[in-house]
Design a protein around this ligand. Structure first.
Ligand SMILES: [Zn+2]
Length: 179
């Protein structure tokens, strides 16, 4: 007999209060800043179970690991599936400071993540509304709750500042090389 899902697994993700969402996003932004200082795009993500406990945490470590899959959401997902002992996340919530890219949004849909909360929209690469909404695409077989704009201004600033600084650094590098 094949049991696809137990009713326990199908319970809903936790309903976080606004204060709790801000508390998590504040933590993520603090972490993301450190990620940025290490030369990675400043992104951090956390996964909460149905009781609101952290079961996965990830930072962007694409450069450090030389890994195209090293996005914060996927790192968190891998850890959480190990702790969850399951690949299904219907009753879980992922929180991240920047809108997930197509790769991560696709993985989160495959993982049947119950809810996604993100800070800043990504008008260049975002796949949950910024450029395309994979959660509403006909290929998405799973209904995922999405909430955007938690600490939107702060979340946007950390990304914009990082890219600005990177441009200044690479310009200075070019200048010093041309001398
Ligand atoms: Zn991604």
């Amino acid at each position: 007999m094949i049991i696809l899902q137990t009713s326990k697994k199908l319970s809903k993700p936790i309903a976080l209060s606004q204060e709790e969402k801000i508390k998590w996003m504040t933590r993520l932004l603090t972490k993301a800043k450190l990620v940025g200082e290490r030369g990675e795009v400043p992104i951090a993500a956390v996964i909460l179970d149905k009781r609101g406990r952290c079961i996965g945490y990830g930072e962007n470590r694409r450069e450090a690991m030389k890994d195209p899959l090293g996005h914060a959401e996927l790192v968190a997902l891998r850890q959480a599936s190990w702790i969850n002992n399951d690949w299904r996340f219907n009753n879980c919530t992922l929180i991240v400071n920047l809108e997930p890219c197509p790769m991560c949004a696709g993985a989160l849909i495959q993982a049947r993540m119950g809810m996604i909360i993100y800070g800043a929209e990504d008008k260049k690469r975002g796949a949950l509304g910024g450029t395309i909404n994979l959660a509403e695409h006909k290929s998405a077989h799973h209904n995922m709750l999405i909430e955007k704009g938690i600490m939107e201004k702060e979340s946007r600033k950390i990304i914009v500042d990082w890219f600005k600084e990177k441009r200044v650094l690479s310009r200075n590098n070019l200048l010093s090389k041309s001398r």
